[in-house]
Write a protein that binds this ligand. Sequence first.
Ligand code: NAP
Length: 328
Amino acid sequence: MQRRAVEAPGMERVIIIGSGPAGLTAAIYAARANLRPLVLAGGLYGGQLMLTTDVENYPGFPEGVRGPDLMIKFREQAERFGARVQNVDATSVDFSKQPLIVRTQDEEYESEAVIVATGASARWLDVPGEELLRGRGVSSCATCDGAFFRDKHIVVVGGGDSAMEEALFLTRFGSRVTVIHRRDRLRASKIMADRAFSHEKIDFLWNTAVDEVHGTTHVTGLRLRNLLDGKSHDFPADALFVAIGYTPNTAVFAGQLDLDERGYIVSPDGTSTNVEGIFVAGDVNDHRYRQAVTAAGAGCRAAMDAERHLEALEFKVDSLAHLRAAQS
Ligand code: NAP
């Protein structure tokens, strides 16, 4: 269906905030609906997949695909149909009235609809030494920083798929990789866990918490605590990769959209929010599946619902105009 371009000067039809699989899929669908979406892609364009290595479970890539390569393809596909992608962050919003307002550092945009697809960011342990040594041995991104620790002893904290993925990747560089987990069972999928268990460079420390990161210019070790007997000890290590899950990127929407107790945007049906014209997609509202393919599906749904919303608005405007014409 060809949509007529009816936007008022300076008024966007739909702004998409975020550029991971959810945001860029929404952009592909909105662009193909001739809505010329403006994508505020954020500083970390491409979302979390820009920080991953091989994606082996995205359909259509039997050999796997590198995360950044996949996101470049998403972007090219969206731009091919007229999406305008800008590598800027949304810094504030005003969703209290129509038109909806989205601000960046330099611009203020008005829009009839907004799709929020800002994703989630890596969580940190919040222990002494962690922040000081970030970028100096403490990291949340093995792809970005792993190569700095060739032949070193690397620690990974976490028991999920991210932790296993990071640990396996880091075996390319480290002489030894120790996974520290707070329980005695992994949360990771069986296939990832089996790979980690069978890797000769990876060992595990169970029921253990990291209480402190030691070092001044670089990481020299960790203070660990056994969670069963409460005893602490120092553990030499050259690097700490934290892989303990994610926090939704919703700070900009606090007070504007309904958030749950963990900060995820509340959506009664998976795309709509408490504000008319605002739709949501991807990890910013999904703490259950959090997959590239589910985020992409959510982006598609959000764009189709935004399109229907805009159609309904047009219909309302047309009906009012007819009514007024008939009355005059
Ligand atoms: P996750 O599944 O939520 O796992 C987080 C892990 O960190 C859990 O083991 C958790 O321990 C631990 N943890 C949480 N807070 C902690 C703290 N303060 N201190 C110490 N440990 C803490 O997160 P994820 O591994 O990032 O995975 C997120 C989603 O992405 C999942 O759906 C996953 O399947 C998917 N994913 C898939 C792949 C892949 O297929 N290649 C790769 C990466 C991620 P508990 O177990 O005790 O809760």
